[in-house]
Ligand binder design. Sequence first.
Ligand code: NAD
Ligand code: UDP
Length: 320
Amino acid sequence: MRRILVTGGAGFIGSHLCSRLVKEGNDVICTDNLFTGSKSNIEGLLDNHHFEFLRHDVTKELLVEVDQIYNLACPASPVHYQYNPVKTMKTSILGAINMLGLAKRVKARILQASTSEVYGNPAVHPQPEEYWGNVNPVGIRSCYDEGKRSAETLFFDYHRQNGVEIKVIRIFNTYGPNMNVNDGRVVSNFIVQALKGEDITIYGDGTQTRSFCYVDDLVEGMVRMMNSREGFTGPVNLGNPGEFTVLELARKVISLTGSQSKIVHQPLPQDDPTQRKPVIDLARKELDWNPSVSLDVGLKKTITYFEKIIKNSAGGIYGI
Ligand code: NAD
Ligand code: UDP
């Protein structure tokens, strides 16, 4: 049994991770400021003696005695990270400094939830970890991309300078239950639109590609990375190499929901990456990890989740 801190633990990925860690018999402290996360995501854990929720903003210091830290606190959907870009950057950078400081003090191992966005609009395809990326430093996505890049830098400097045991994962588009109805990312948007019979909003012509990973596969990779051999720091890509255009995704969602929704096109946001697909050879070799859930199977599970949520018409985003 370990004492484990999960920042951003009431969010989409964080809530799945907390459940998994508690199920494995660990003592879990979940911190979150509930900006995009929600208590409903961790409702089933609140009565468990091995789980504790603290409302805490990662930009502030925290002192808890733990063995491992998973640092996930940061809004991940473009709509929400662009809502207050200065805060997004503070969350990534001050959050990293605070959590790395904590890891140093209590000698905890710390994992950073980095992102495929560090590759920007990639000129190399598919993306291996050695690729340094093609990132606009002054655009509307920069608060997130550069925040996450700076966080990676901080992780490696704390490791080199202070001997902190770090693990850095680069997560590619992940989806599944516990995404907020108003999350704004493509999978949840399309499913919610299809289930409500609303127009499916494709930004641009829909030829841009993404690789979609089901959340259970991702969480398996995260836990394997955290417990990987000493000295293996990453960065390591975690994602499903299956690559789909946004238009293909829309058609799949329409067909799996049996929806009558029409596809409409809206302007492509600035700096929207045209392609994205991970090389996962390193994760395969070091973690013996391979995603196993196909897009069709993952979408069906996610659709079932949103059907329930929409029926019970859950609350909005930005809190509680
Ligand atoms: P999410 O928005 O559901 O979760 C983020 C959580 O962090 C939320 O619960 C939010 O309330 C919390 N948070 C935000 N700012 C905070 C702050 N200042 N202090 C404390 N808590 C704060 O998104 P997610 O998809 O679950 O993403 C989790 C992590 O994984 C993020 O760091 C994200 O950047 C990273 N990631 C996710 C994806 C993906 O496709 N889902 C891809 C790449 C990276
Ligand atoms: N997208 C879309 N319609 C939506 C939401 C997103 O066409 O309603 C597109 C978006 O422009 C991008 C892709 O889907 O090309 C993935 O967007 P998302 O916000 O999920 O994540 P990103 O990978 O861009 O961070």
